[in-house]
Ligand binder design. Structure first.
Ligand code: PLP
Length: 376
């Protein structure tokens, strides 16, 4: 198998697996218990919190563990609205992950007005559009850092500063940016920032939400006192421990990550463009992650090509894994190129540090063969 879908999920790192194991086996206590067999797990959770905090420049009291980034995104947006009941407007973009878009659509049915900012043909946001849409009624601006389908980066640091100057809360879905580009929440005034474990070699089912000290937040899963009473429910100790280790690895490996994946991605992309007719990249050439390429193969339905690639043992995708069965063309590429069929004919390849140059070459050969077969 050649796995080129790291924006969908990543393999669990061996260090993460090793760190989690004792908490699946011998250390099965409840952190809320008064005896040490349980209560000592509190320390373990706090260590993981510090590790996650350090990865993004936060203090540990600003990190809340959740079950996934979908939960983090929903919680941040709803908390901002709840804390400002007089404000009924949200600004987001048309290319956010479904966890933000679906939440916003539900909020629309609850009387909240949502502005979905457009993007240009390169997938970039025009800050003037944001400035034009912001009103006294805007409760929160929610924008992603790196797009999961194209890797295109939004200037979230600049956006955070603008929102702060306008006294509007800012939430950033940083799921695809974490571990791939430097993130330091001390350097820009983001109020909330979401991340998830399974994109950085931790397990599925654990995420986190950064909540800046003094940014409004209230309990959203009501129950026990866990997570400072903000999210009740017995903590998922093994997965939290794993997220902590994954965060530490991501922080240490960050300098190498970009160089390694960018080189592989560039070879894959350049070879595809050079050797396969009518292939074009979706997304800005430089304002994007080093590990992602999104390519339209003209005249070829994404799903047909993905099936042939699967037969060749190559894992890639036609957009977000969360929408894989929706049969809809990519909403991201559609927003970029509404006048073309590019959104139905695109494949996303996302590289990981475990990939090799040999795999890139094999993948290109399989693509050449599959595209030729479908164009016959
Ligand atoms: N946001 C982005 C940009 C994503 O790519 C994903 C996962 O695909 C999510 C949010 C949701 O993450 P999770 O699977 O942890 O809910």
């Amino acid at each position: 198998m050649i796995y080129l879908d790291h924006n969908a999920t990543t393999p669990i790192a061996s260090e993460v697996r090793e760190a989690m194991l004792p908490y699946f086996t011998d250390e099965w206590g409840n952190p809320s218990s008064s005896y040490r067999f349980g209560s000592r797990l509190k320390t373990v959770i706090e260590t993981a919190r510090e590790q996650v905090a350090e990865m993004i420049g936060a203090s540990s009291g600003e990190v809340l563990f959740t079950s996934c980034a979908t939960e983090s995104n929903n919680a941040a947006i709803r908390a901002a609205l709840k804390s400002q009941p007089q404000k009924r407007h949200i600004i987001t973009s048309s290319v956010e992950h479904s966890s933000v878009l679906a939440c916003c659509r539900t909020l629309e049915t609850e009387g909240v007005h949502v502005t979905y900012l457009p993007i240009d043909r390169d997938g970039l946001l025009n800050l003037a559009d944001l400035e034009a849409e912001l009103t006294n009624d805007t409760a929160i601006v929610s924008l992603m850092w790196a797009n999961n389908e194209t890797g295109v980066l939004f200037p979230v640091e600049e956006i955070a500063r603008y929102c702060k100057a306008q006294r509007v809360l800012f939430h950033c879905d940083a799921v695809q940016a974490v571990g791939k580009i430097p993130i330091d929440v001390r350097k820009f005034p983001v109020d909330y920032l979401s991340l998830t474990g399974h994109k950085i070699h931790a397990a599925k089912g654990v995420g986190a939400l950064f909540i800046r000290r003094k940014s409004p937040f209230s309990a959203f899963v009501e129950g026990g006192h866990q997570e400072r009473g903000l999210r009740g429910g017995t903590e998922n100790v093994p997965l939290i421990v794993g997220l902590g280790i994954a965060a530490e690895l991501a922080r240490k490996n960050l300098p190498d990550y970009d160089a390694t994946t960018r080189q592989l991605r560039n070879v894959l992309e350049n070879e595809i463009l050079r050797s396969i007719p009518s292939a074009e990249v979706n997304g800005h050439k430089t304002h994007r992650l080093g590990n992602t390429t999104n390519i339209t193969f003209r005249g070829i339905e994404s799903e047909a090509l993905l099936m042939l690639l699967d037969q060749e043992g190559i894992c890639a995708s036609s957009g977000s894994a969360c929408l894989a069965y929706s049969d809809e063309p990519s909403h991201v590429v559609k927003a970029m190129k509404p006048d073309s069929t590019a959104s139905r004919e695109m494949i996303r390849f996302s590289i990981g540090v475990g990939n090799t140059m040999e795999e890139m070459k094999t993948a290109v050969r399989s693509l050449q063969k599959s595209v030729a077969a479908l164009r016959e």
